[in-house]
Design a protein around this ligand. Structure first.
Ligand code: AMP
Length: 294
């Protein structure tokens, strides 16, 4: 008999996860789903807590998807700690976690080269998509597989990966499911957004990395003071990012409702500020909606 408070179930292959989710749905239970690559932190856990609160059953996937890494060094150094991840999920009431090998997720292809990747749509254009060719096609390809495993479910993503939310919303529209729920970015006390890659930072790099969120919040402050010129807002961000050891890849402004690859000229009516920077061994991204909050 089903017991809501029992141990988290770990299913080590997507096929068993598909069966488990189908059984839950057949029993009439609502499912919340949180796709992750593991290395869990408070950002991930906030998504899982929300899924637990809003659904009868919550499942989480942990799969480091090689298709979305355009840098082999980044893939090799990506933090992996499955036992610790499962323990954290158990503590907050997650019901099932599934994992799988690359081959198990792509049973229908002989080798990775045979995979026909999904077109990630217009949300992938520019900014993060420009600097990481193939990244969002890899995201869309694995998300389609993950969505097909879990089926119709409320599926939770973090605003921390803003462009990813555009890509998965497009994908969900095309497939007809799942419902996508976008959750706010969770930050360390310094303002630094939680990220699995933060463990790659030394203490001093971690302190300096806080300039990324400072830059975003300074731009938001400037917006609320009446500044809505993209170029001026960008200058505000670059001033904060001028810190030793911070290598800025981009600091950009976009209209979040009218996503275009090229930077908008002149005044904005809505603004999403987005930053990517390298610090030590880590490449960090963050973003903030400027025309919200104080
Ligand atoms: P990842 O394991 O990096 O693929 O992230 C899994 C999910 O957690 C994605 O939807 C991310 O956007 C979300 N996420 C990552 N970091 C944060 C954060 N600091 N706050 C909220 N959500 C996050």
């Amino acid at each position: 008999m089903w017991q809501p408070d029992c141990m988290v179930v770990h299913l080590p292959d997507p096929d068993s996860a598909r069966g488990w989710c189908a059984e839950q749905r057949a029993a009439g239970r609502s499912i919340g789903f949180v796709p992750t690559m593991g290395g869990l932190h408070e950002g991930h856990l906030s998504l899982v807590r929300r899924a637990v609160a809003e659904n009868e059953i919550t499942c989480v996937s942990i799969f480091v998807n090689p298709l979305q890494f355009n840098d082999p060094g980044d893939l090799a150094s990506y933090p992996r700690n499955l036992d610790d991840d499962i323990r954290q999920l158990q503590d907050i009431g997650c019901d099932m976690v599934f994992t799988g090998t690359f081959e198990q997720f792509f049973l229908d292809v002989e080798s990775p080269e045979d995979i026909v990747q999904r077109d990630p749509g217009p949300g992938a254009d520019g900014v993060e998509g420009a600097g990481r060719p193939g990244h969002f096609a890899g995201v869309a390809t694995i998300c389609e597989r993950l969505f097909k495993v879990v089926g119709s479910a409320r599926t939770y993503f973090g605003e921390k990966d803003f462009q990813q939310t555009l890509v998965v919303k497009d994908l969900a529209r095309a497939l007809g499911y799942p419902e996508i729920v976008v959750c706010p970015t969770v930050r360390e006390p310094s303002g630094l957004a939680y990220s699995s890659r933060n463990v790659l930072l030394t203490d001093s790099e971690r302190e300096r990395a806080a300039c990324i969120s400072r830059a975003l919040f300074s731009a938001r402050h400037a917006w609320h003071q009446g500044e809505c010129e993209a170029g001026k807002l960008r200058e505000v961000m670059l001033r904060e990012l001028d810190v030793d050891g911070i290598d800025v890849e981009y600091a950009e402004l976009r209209d979040p409702h009218d996503w275009r690859p090229e930077a908008p000229a002149g005044s904005l009516v809505r603004a999403q500020a987005l930053i990517a920077a390298r610090i030590g061994k880590a490449r960090l991204i963050d973003n903030l909606r400027l025309d919200r909050g104080a």
